[in-house]
Design a protein around this ligand. Structure first.
Ligand code: AMP
Ligand code: ZN
Length: 483
């Protein structure tokens, strides 16, 4: 099989570009991680499913991948501009807990979602507060030429570098509207790289600095961890599309200052060759907002009985650059699709894993798969290639298994670790046990065989009353579901 070159959409140049590694044979990727002041919602997790598919694709293409995801435990304000409070400080005050405990709790919760969604472990989870010294060094090295101090902190003057805001599309002109005014700033788009603790206040997280006690700005963290762990320029920087507007332009500005380099017509000056952004998962009723009480966490999906990988399937069905609308019907459809795949994979379980994929019958689907994933990670088409492979008839099961494993390595559904029964919808609060249901079903079958429809209907009604819905003749063989 001839492999297609990997092409990726670069938000900085706004074009699809071939991936050319900075260091031969390697791929170095930095992904902006979560701010651990609350549970992630499933939209946040879309960003990490996307970064995971990117990482898996780079591995598939033979690159030696170093993937860094950070954990933001300080510095992210309630507003992406410079107004508002530190999200971590605010939550800690609300819950009357220490920030360190809050960070610990929500980092663990995030990692649980990462695991449930088959997101691979990165080379390192970099924790922002572990890099305060390095942040101070970085800030000191750019302070004289690019920053100024005012009452609230040390600010970066965006007019001191070339091409500020190129990533964001038209930032500087309407900067006033977008970013809350902070007294003492020279330009609306200037941003804090160090925020001083206000006089007379004590923050839970604060450090000494040449500009007084305080905490680093959120943008500074990512610049510093990217540089320390991957070196400028590295290959790819990822984040959600909201980061294209403020966080990443500011990171880029700091990187340009740090490197003492020129404008962004040379993408390498930004600190990374390629900047990639996933579009949002949206939901009409506002359940995605973390302030809405019961918001859409992965655990909510699980509690309602959906396997978390149904959500991964849902993400893969859309291109990462398209907006994806969440609905329970959509999740149900993704679950059904996953179940169809798992049923076909179960038939391959007798074959030994890890066989050869070389077979003329599979050449077209392998070609289709590779072309799709190489075309800016077109997972929607890659998924259909995997289904085509599963549907291929009259072939050796060992080869079929190898082909499906090969594709699944990239898509990350872990199809060979799933069983049909794992995918049955089973809400957390369901009363009946599986054994009770199966037992009632045997009795109902027997009654039907005896043409005793009164009994069979009575059993069905009894099950219905317990929330178990019969699905007679379901083509997928799901005999019942809990609703
Ligand atoms: P945060 O914890 O707010 O920094 O967000 C973590 C990641 O989720 C960032 O990459 C965001 O850009 C991304 N993100 C936030 N909301 C959504 C959404 N609704 N859909 C997809 N990604 C999102
Ligand atoms: Zn970041």
């Amino acid at each position: 099989m001839t492999e297609a070159p990997l092409n990726l959409f670069n938000s900085l140049t706004r074009s699809v570009e071939p991936f050319v590694p900075v260091h031969a044979g390697e791929a170095r990727v930095y992904t902006c991680g979560p701010t651990v002041y609350n549970y992630p919602h499933i939209g946040n997790m879309r960003a990490y499913v996307f970064a995971d598919v990117l990482g898996r694709t780079l591995t598939h293409k033979g690159y030696d991948l170093t993937h860094i995801i950070n954990i933001t435990d300080v510095g992210h304000l309630t507003d992406d501009g410079d107004a508002g409070e530190d999200k971590m400080e605010k939550m800690a005050a609300e819950k009357a807990q220490s920030i360190w405990d809050i960070a610990q709790h929500y980092t663990q919760a995030y990692w649980a979602d990462v695991k449930a969604l088959n997101i691979r472990q990165p080379a390192k989870w970099s924790i922002a507060t572990d890099y305060i010294e390095e942040m101070l060094e970085f800030a000191k090295s750019i302070a004289d030429k690019h920053c100024y101090e005012c009452e609230t902190g040390l600010y970066f003057d965006v007019t001191t570098i070339e091409d500020y805001g190129r990533l964001a599309r038209a930032v500087t002109e309407d900067g006033e509207g977008r970013i809350d005014a902070v007294e003492g700033k020279r330009n609306a788009a200037d941003f804090a790289i160090w925020r001083k603790t206000p006089a007379g206040e004590k923050r839970q997280m604060e450090w000494d600095s040449p500009w007084g006690k305080g905490a680093p700005g959120w943008h500074l963290e990512c610049s510093v961890m990217g540089e320390k762990l991957l070196g400028f320029p590295f290959d790819i920087h990822t984040g959600g599309i909201d980061h294209r507007e403020i966080h990443h332009p500011n990171e880029i500005a700091q990187n340009q200052a740090f490197c003492g380099c020129g404008g962004l017509s040379d993408a390498r000056n930004s600190g990374a060759n390629i900047w990639m952004h996933n579009n949002f998962l949206v939901e009409r009723s506002g359940k995605m907002s973390k302030s809405s009480g019961e918001f859409l966490r992965l655990q909510l999906l699980i509690d309602k009985g959906y396997h978390p990988l149904a959500y991964r399937t849902m993400c893969l069905q859309a291109h990462y650059r398209s907006e994806l609308e969440f609905s329970w019907e959509g999740l149900q459809a993704a679950l059904t699709r996953l179940k169809r795949m798992v049923m076909l994979v179960e038939r391959l379980s007798d074959a030994a894993p890890g066989g050869s994929i070389e077979h003329p019958k599979f050449a077209p689907v392998l070609q289709k798969f590779d072309a799709a994933i190489s075309d800016d990670l077109n997972t929607a088409i890659a998924l259909t290639a995997l289904e085509d492979a599963l549907a291929t008839k009259k072939v050796d099961v060992a080869i079929k298994r190898a082909v499906v494993e090969y594709m699944d390595e990239v898509l990350g559904l872990g199809l060979f670790d799933l069983a049909r029964t794992d995918l049955r919808i089973r809400p957390k609060d369901a009363q009946m046990t599986e054994a009770d249901i199966e037992d009632a079903l045997v009795r109902r079958k027997a009654a039907r065989a005896d043409k005793d429809f009164a009994t069979s209907d009575a059993i069905r009604d009894e099950l219905m009353a317990q929330g178990v819905e019969m699905m007679d003749g379901d083509p997928l063989g799901w005999e019942w579901k809990l609703s």
